[in-house]
Design a binder for this molecule. Structure first.
Ligand code: KMH
Ligand code: ZN
Length: 274
């Protein structure tokens, strides 16, 4: 039987700006409020970045701690912190949220398994750096989500597992449509799904206008979907989403139309072996 679908809300990101959309949450309270509205709309997990008060990206553990407190005060979503941060950040900075413990400890953390062109810049993930971050995630006792922006990044996860740096089966996120990475094409998604090691689960996060159509494809193919302002600011052509929750609500509608139930955070925890 097809399991309930896990919707992840990528609330903030590192690249989206307030100039592009006034609905981007930046302050900890805004992030907490956005997470709660997404939970009400059907999300079981949030993928979390944080910003300085001026809107620039940060991986400071104090900012993550404040955002996580505001989220957990309001709702029970699974919290997955980024270790990708923004292009150009060093490894210690990227791993800021892994320092958090207790009430502020994240449930999951991302692990990108390869370098790629990221628009006109480079998202720098050489193999030693990937191993460094994998070791830090493991040492923190946090479960990784393997972020794959291109097909070889799935294969790299197999090497990491052989080296004992991650456990399989794992949860993967296929990030499709970043210029310089694998495009958002259905046959690319099918190839990635077929490439997964036995028993792994997957989410697809497609960029911009591909976001909601790929949430629908994920629902049809038995997978999970990530939506949110990190990757897409439009609800439909030319119409800004008035918050992350509108994108979650539309993904939830598409999922239900395909006959998928939505996973609660509790169900998602069990599906993701948290
Ligand atoms: N902002 C991108 C350079 C992640 O969160 O782990 C990297 C990213 C991936 O967003
Ligand atoms: Zn991210």
């Amino acid at each position: 039987m097809t399991p309930p679908m896990i919707i992840t809300a990528a609330l903030v990101g590192a690249e989206t700006t307030r100039e592009q959309t006034p609905f981007l949450p930046i302050a900890a309270e805004e992030i907490g409020e956005a997470a709660a509205r997404c939970r009400d709309a059907g999300a079981a997990m949030v993928h979390l970045h944080v910003r300085n008060p001026d809107g620039t990206p940060s991986q400071a553990h104090e900012l993550f701690a404040a955002a996580i407190r505001e989220i957990r005060r309001r709702c029970d979503v699974i919290i997955q912190t980024s270790t990708g941060g923004a292009v150009g950040m060093g490894v210690d900075e990227r791993c800021g949220p892994l320092k958090l413990t207790g009430f502020e400890k994240p449930d999951m953390a991302t692990l990108t398994t390869g370098t790629m062109n990221f628009g006109d810049e480079v998202f720098w993930n050489p193999r030693p750096l990937v191993r460094d971050i994998a070791r830090r995630i493991r040492a923190a006792g946090i479960r990784p989500e393997i972020e794959c922006f291109d097909a070889g990044m799935v294969d790299e996860a197999r090497y990491l597992a052989k080296e004992g740096l991650i456990e399989l089966p794992a949860h993967f996120d296929f990030v499709l449509g970043v210029p310089g990475g694998l495009a958002a094409r259905e046959e690319a998604l099918d190839f990635l799904i077929a490439s997964l090691p036995e028993g792994c689960t997957w989410t697809v996060a497609a960029m911009a206008r591909h976001q909601l159509p790929f949430a629908e494809l994920a629902a049809a193919k038995g997978g999970n979907a990530r939506v949110g302002l990190e990757d897409n600011i439009y609800l439909s052509k030319g119409v800004l989403a008035k918050g992350n929750h509108e994108l979650v609500a539309e993904a939830a509608r598409l999922a239900r139309a395909k006959g998928r139930e939505l996973a609660t955070p509790q169900v998602a925890r069990s599906l993701l072996r948290l």
